[in-house]
Design a protein around this ligand. Structure first.
Ligand code: GN1
Ligand code: MG
Length: 459
């Protein structure tokens, strides 16, 4: 039996009550397997497919999910297939013809290659290679997730405003505006996006050459530099006119609102999974204080609202491949008014963790305090003199709060039937919940040391 050449009866099995439509993907996977993926694998059940896909993902990590990575290709194909089978949304077909959509953008030259790219949980991303008069130029095409972003036009208006603003500031500082922030490639009709016949929104940005992003911190120095970059990003936007920004996801990091919504999700139990998640639910409910902290601090006037990135996961920063220095903060979809501690926290959540966000073995998940300290130093330095004393004092709660919020979000999505995050196997969101719970515990246990770290980093 060759890889993925499984039988029809397997294909029609149900996954959480919904029929898996694997046939097309299976055919394509078999083709890929024949085309150099190595030995045939005995695939008996659809579960094996998920696990196989996950194995592929592990293998292709080193390759940064590059377009030429066959393992990455299979992983993405299976995840697309699962999204579609679960009725979540229409997916980008791996064999989709991108000519038609890319022609609508003002890109010189001819499309040579297009391949799925990156590791985001939300939008679908494709790397485009164009040939313009004999020289190769790359672009990033993205389909904006309309389930998550209800008003892509507003999102793009934010992105245009922010990137124009950043380009001016970067130039003033003597930096390279073409490289240090994203460049939107407009459509031929002048808009910053194209709507296709299905009502899907697409955008294109210039690819930032010779850069790479990391899923975990490789050295403390990298993470220190990550801190300076995200801090600097916030400081560059400190005088951005916040009232011109649309809220692309209302209440995005209002953890209190998320907590209140979580109670509803548990009550409704849409996917019938509450019974198996008692411990996890209890974990969230018993830490209500964490959910209320940021909003209450703000309402008491203790911390200001700033223009923040709101998704400072470390893979949202591009590093120069040769110099290993941060170059460009990407993923500007959630730049909105928010709290400094949230940006601090989300980077700690991902970069000070010793494992991936979906590591199945939680004993590998630790909050590395040395990394924590390096990031804190970098972030505070990067923010310049912008942070107030109270903001600095609340940074540890930012990390704890956002990690707690992420546990809550993954768990809520699991309980709702995996409708928000891309998943590649049935309990993916639950596995992610567990890593976040472990990090929360780690930060709770080390609270005193963390307070000292921040005090030391700040003064
Ligand atoms: C999503 O797509 P990605 O990985 O940049 C999510 C973040 C979460 C993150 C968890 C708009 O970001 O908020 O922290 O997954 N983005 C949105 O990995 O919900
Ligand atoms: Mg994102």
């Amino acid at each position: 039996m060759t890889a993925f050449a499984f039988e029809k009866k397997v294909i029609s099995r149900t996954y959480d009550g919904r029929r898996l439509l694997c046939e097309g993907a299976a055919t394509r996977c078999t083709g890929l397997a024949a085309g150099g993926m190595g030995d045939p694998l005995p695939i008996d059940t659809y579960l094996d497919i998920f696990y196989y896909a996950d194995g592929c993902r592990q293998l292709c990590r080193r390759d940064q999910f590059g377009p030429s990575c066959a393992h990455g290709h299979i992983y993405r194909m299976v995840s697309e297939m699962v999204s579609e089978a679960c009725g979540k949304r229409k997916v980008i077909k791996s064999e989709m013809n991108y000519e038609k959509i890319t022609k609508k953008f003002d890109i010189p030259g001819e499309l040579k290659k297009a391949a799925p790219f990156g590791n985001g949980h939300i939008n679908d991303t494709v790397l485009l290679v164009f040939d313009a008069d004999g020289s190769e130029k790359k672009y990033v095409l993205q389909r904006i997730n309309r389930y998550v972003f209800k008003h892509p036009d507003e999102l793009m208006a934010n992105m245009r405003g922010i990137t124009d603003f950043l380009k001016k500031k970067i130039a003033l500082e003597g930096g390279d505006p073409g490289r240090e922030t994203l460049t939107i490639i407009p459509a031929r009709d002048g808009l910053d996006y194209v709507i296709d016949e299905d009502g899907e929104y697409w955008r294109v940005t210039a690819f930032v050459e010779n850069t790479v992003s990391y899923e975990v911190s490789e050295t403390p120095e990298d993470f220190y530099l990550t801190g300076t970059a995200f801090g600097h990003f916030q400081s560059l936007l400190s005088d951005y006119p916040a009232d011109t920004l649309y809220e692309t996801i209302p209440g995005f990091h209002n953890t209190r609102a998320r907590f209140i919504n979580f109670l509803k999700v548990v009550e409704e139990d849409k996917a019938g999974r509450v019974g198996e998640c008692r411990e996890e639910i209890e974990f969230i409910l018993s830490r209500k204080d964490l959910a209320y902290f940021s909003m209450e601090s703000y309402e008491k006037g203790e911390i200001p609202l700033r223009v923040t990135h709101n998704d400072t996961k470390i893979n949202n920063l591009l590093f120069d491949t040769k110099e290993r220095k941060p170059v460009c903060v990407v993923d500007l979809d959630t730049v909105m008014p928010g709290f400094a501690m949230t940006d601090f926290g989300d980077a700690i959540r991902t970069g000070a963790s010793t494992a991936m966000e979906d590591e199945p073995d939680v004993s590998k998940v630790k909050c590395d305090l040395h990394l924590y300290e390096e990031f804190a130093k970098g972030f505070i330095k990067g923010c310049g003199d912008k942070l107030t004393e109270k903001e600095i004092e609340t940074l540890p709660m930012g990390a704890l709060g956002i990690t707690y919020e992420q546990a809550l979000r993954f768990l809520a999505d699991y309980l709702e039937g995996d409708v928000y995050y891309k998943t590649t196997y049935p309990k993916h969101n639950l596995v992610r919940t567990h890593t976040q719970m472990k990090l929360v515990q780690e930060m709770e246990e080390n609270a005193d040391k963390i307070r000292e770290i921040i005090a030391k980093a700040a003064f």
